[in-house]
Design a protein around this ligand. Structure first.
Ligand SMILES: [Zn+2]
Length: 202
């Protein structure tokens, strides 16, 4: 009888922990090109470096410290982990976005003629720390204290994820009511993702 119970339990375990369930959200192998795509401090900047494990994702860096590719890759893993936890990604639209995203890091902020606050208030000639440039490209200032968790990377990725999910725009007015997509849950998800990144001292 005991033997039967053990077999039954191990079968259940096999089913629930198959290793190919929803928790395995990115299964790309480590491609040879990732090894050769590195930042070279002796070559002119900006430089483009591929982000390992994210297919064709890349970053344009102003120096080799902003940011090492393994740090950016970890940030993307954390972003996706949190996104799936909050909103799921059944058709892999967000995963597809992450697998072709190009992140342009900058050591300087920019001024935008028109933008929106998180609550949807229109702003003019405001200092900005990130901006989505296209379906697959975003510009991001390096962040306070030179930390990815204190940059706008996750904020911009939410814009791009919304764009990938719903087509059309990426909800430029955030929690405002002019465009749809961004909810308070998205803002909370960003905060939690940043905390997770901080746990890795990034
Ligand atoms: Zn925004």
């Amino acid at each position: 009888m005991l033997k039967k119970v053990v077999i039954f339990l191990s079968l259940i375990t096999c089913i629930t922990c198959s290793g190919h369930g929803p928790s395995v959200f990115l299964s790309n192998g480590y491609k040879a090109i990732y090894k050769s795509s590195t930042c070279d401090p002796d070559k002119p900047f900006p430089q483009m470096v591929l982000i390992p494990f994210f297919e064709n994702a890349s970053q344009i860096v102003p120096n080799c410290k902003t940011y090492p590719k393994h740090e950016t890759a970890l940030a993307l893993f954390i972003f996706y982990h949190k996104w799936v936890e909050y909103f799921d990604d059944r058709n892999f639209a967000v995963r597809g976005m992450l697998e072709k995203v190009m992140i342009q890091w900058d050591t300087n902020k920019k001024i935008s003629k028109s933008s929106y606050s998180l609550k949807g208030k229109p702003l003019e000639n405001h200092n900005i720390i990130g901006r989505v440039e296209s379906n697959s490209m975003t510009w991001v200032w390096q962040g306070y204290n030179h930390k990815i968790s204190q940059s706008a990377l996750f904020h911009e990725l939410v814009h791009m994820a919304i764009r990938a999910k719903y087509g059309e725009h990426g909800d430029p007015d955030h929690e405002g009511t002019k465009y749809r997509g961004w909810t308070s849950a998205h803002s909370v998800m960003i905060v939690e993702s940043k905390q997770m990144l901080q746990a890795f001292n990034l």
